[in-house]
Design a protein around this ligand. Sequence first.
Ligand code: GDP
Length: 332
Amino acid sequence: MPPRRPSLHDLETGLRAGRRATLSRAITLAESTRADDQALAQELIARVLPETGNAVRIGLTGVPGAGKSTMIEALGVWLIEHGHRIAVLTIDPSSARTGGSILGDKTRMQRLSVRDEAFIRPSPSSGVLGGVARRTREAMLLCEAAGCDVVIVESVGVGQSESELAELVDTFCLLLVPGAGDDLQGIKRGIMELADVIVVNKADGDNVVPAKRTAGDYRHALRMLPPATPGWTVPVLTASARDGAGLAEIWDAIDGHRTLLDGAGLLARRRERQQLRWLRGLLREAVLQAFHELPGVADALADAESAVAAERATVPQAAARVLEASGLRATV
Ligand code: GDP
């Protein structure tokens, strides 16, 4: 038997009081595909919206094994010791697509997860309404309403989810390891262009010198790129998540970036742009789905595809036929 659905009032009160169980429940509702759960979740989010938006929203990405979870744990504990309440959310497109996850069952961030000041939400495996970024965005709002003042969104999508991540956060951090070149680290130029802060992790033991060299290489490479934030010089730091070295410097860099965004009025603009793109994206998805469900469209599309494959029609002609069959007054 699933637990009784909580009332809107209980959810709102629990959330405002910062109760982790309520937060968890609210996120589950927002992830649900049931219409009544969705309605409740949206009503709740609408009510607490004025309490959201105050957190420092950090995105962290890097190839598997770079040390993301070790870093989040180290930085998270450090932040808690400095008076913060943090949330950790994960974008894992692999889980939405396959029902499995790159993260598998490994228990991550054990030291952080036992702290009351931390809220860690593992990625749901499947059945989530409307895209990986949407559920993370709504989870982020709920975490903020529950009093988290730092939200770390981790992307484990390896090359697929970075731009989605950048759409969600204020400061985008790229985690690298010493030694390997761009290709080996799977870091594409596009990802470098998104970065606001770069950290070369595992700068410990024999890796201290290679880490410094790698940082220098990246500093050099960055000179060729425009910064993601105008007026901001992307810092390239070295750190050891294992030893907890360099954490204060990482936070200073994130905080400095945030201060710059705030001071120049860029934060509000950036978030507004993200919201508007989300609005348009949601509408695009919904309209497209409704289009495919119109009577006649599926058959017309199948015909159009074979006509294109057999070179019996040009692509615009084929598209026009599908539109005509749909009854929509649209032209290509
Ligand atoms: P993720 O896949 O990016 O989340 O990487 P993990 O945090 O799971 O770390 C991958 C491996 O690297 C683990 O064996 C960690 O113990 C190790 N690791 C992480 N950070 C450091 C570090 O700062 N120094 C060293 N030497 N090893 C680290």
